[in-house]
Write a new protein. Structure first.
Ligand code: EPZ
Length: 423
């Protein structure tokens, strides 16, 4: 049983602010780590965040018989110099990390077979992989399901084709784009996801000698090549971590500079913060949020990139809880991504929901309380609320938060937050 840990946070820190360095993107690191298995050569990945999610992915890659090494300079070297994978990843490991579905691409494309435990749902929704499997089938793979496992096989290799994604799924775009690199002929993915993490993965694949074009648009074209070589790559900054810290400071009305960030990946959040009355100055690799008063209430609707990201929905809602007026938040990406709402209400927030819409009536102050993190971003929302609440809060199950935020308490303490971790 993983020991449960808590954060103890005393709200309204006196001098919160300064600057914070943003880590590499979790959601870019995970697909790039699996893509490295497309080649027997070594690939070196810089700026890979130290998170429980990336550590689980290292364990999964190692369990297949590949070498994974964190170097003294912080980079990670992955070498898949194997003739075939040792075994499929076990349910236990797989259930810890949904993104391990991405391991299917290199196993299927390079070794002709991928067998993984059928991913279960999670707190934010059923999270099916039908679009992934539909794409693999279109590329000539045979899919079998049984005993809680999914097996995709293509012993004579994959064949390029045109695939239309019913929904611009990030994971499906990544899985299919990666597999298509070793397919025979060209693959076109239509209605592909546009997220910055897709572009970073495409850059990594092209660094390996693949031929991927159109990443960042809704049509990605991949021309298959017989083999790929290793490469060296630096992961892009984590736009969700950057946005989360901006929300922390906005809630406290203090100045904050987020460094090593990519402002163009944060346009939807910066636009919303602007509507709320926050002045953000964007530089080449930093964002400077200027001090301000109470946020104006706004409406937010999550959409695929470049719309407002679902991964910042909970944090933005926490900001609206003390807004001046009433706001509405509509979650269109996941069917159950409001689990933070009852916890925010325990702190005095006034939020009602109707289906995938939440109505937030701004209050002057929140009060510290004992609350529980239900998923990564919901937990971050509770931290945002606890930082500005009066009194002490205890946040349980914070292992969810530490899946996606590197050196989280150190970064917050360096900014002046009164937070400590308790096992
Ligand atoms: C990625 O998840 C991210 N995770 C998520 O971040 C993020 O919220 C999500 O994209 C949307 O931006 C990683 O990159 C590791 P999807 P993914 O496939 O790929 C449905 C975080 O907090 N769908 O774009 O799983 C699905 O059920 C995490 O860092 C199908 O129906 O997201 C969902 O409703 C949470 N069939 C919607 O599409 C499929 O085959 C979006 O899912 C695939 C997805």
């Amino acid at each position: 049983m993983i020991p449960m840990a808590n954060y103890i946070i005393s709200g309204s820190p006196k001098n919160f602010g300064g600057s914070v360095n943003i880590s590499g993107s979790k959601n870019s690191a995970l697909p790039i780590m699996t893509a490295a298995l497309l080649s027997a050569d070594c690939s070196r990945i810089h700026n890979l965040p130290r998170l429980s999610d990336t550590m689980v992915m290292c364990d999964i890659i190692s369990s297949l018989g590949c070498a994974v090494q964190r170097e003294p300079d912080g980079s990670v070297v992955i070498s898949a110099d194997i003739s075939r994978p040792k075994r499929s990843c076990g349910y236990e490991m797989f259930s810890k990390l949904r993104a391990s579905v991405l391991i299917m691409a290199p196993l299927l494309a390079r070794f002709g077979k991928a067998k993984i435990p059928l991913p279960g749902g999670c707190k934010i929704g059923a999270r099916p992989i039908d679009l992934h499997l539909k794409g693999f089938t279109a590329m000539g793979a045979k899919i079998r399901q049984g005993h809680g496992f999914i097996e995709a096989s293509a012993p004579s290799g994959l064949t390029g084709c045109r695939i239309y994604l019913d929904f611009p799924s990030v994971g499906a775009t990544e899985n299919l784009m990666t597999a298509a690199c070793l397919a025979d002929g060209a693959t076109t993915i239509l209605n592909a996801a546009n997220e910055p993490e897709i572009c970073d993965l495409a850059d990594f694949l092209n660094g390996m000698g693949a031929k991927v074009s159109g990443a960042g648009t809704d049509t990605v074209t991949i021309t298959g090549t017989p083999r790929l070589h290793g490469c060296e790559h630096t992961i892009i900054p984590d736009r969700i971590e950057a946005g989360t810290f901006l929300v922390f400071a906005a809630g406290l009305g203090t100045e904050l500079i987020v460094r090593n960030a990519e402002p163009k990946h944060l346009k939807p959040l910066l636009a919303k913060l602007g509507e709320m009355g926050f002045d953000c100055e964007a530089g080449s690799d930093f964002i400077d949020l200027h001090p301000s008063g109470r946020p104006k209430a706004v409406d937010i609707k999550t959409m695929p990139y470049p719309g407002f990201p679902t991964d910042l929905q909970a944090q933005a809602m926490a900001l609206l809880t003390t807004g001046d007026g009433s706001g509405m938040v509509v979650e269109t990406i996941f069917e159950n991504r409001f689990t933070h709402i009852p916890e925010l209400c325990r702190m005095g927030a006034q939020i009602k929901t109707e289906g995938n819409a939440a109505f937030i009536k701004g209050v002057r102050h929140l009060s510290g309380a004992e609350v529980r993190a239900t998923d990564l971003r919901a937990g971050a929302a509770l931290v945002a609320a606890a930082l500005k609440a009066g009194g002490k809060s205890v946040i349980h199950n914070i292992e969810h938060i530490e899946r996606g935020y590197e050196s989280f308490t150190d970064k917050l303490r360096n900014l002046g937050a009164d937070i400590r971790r308790e096992d």
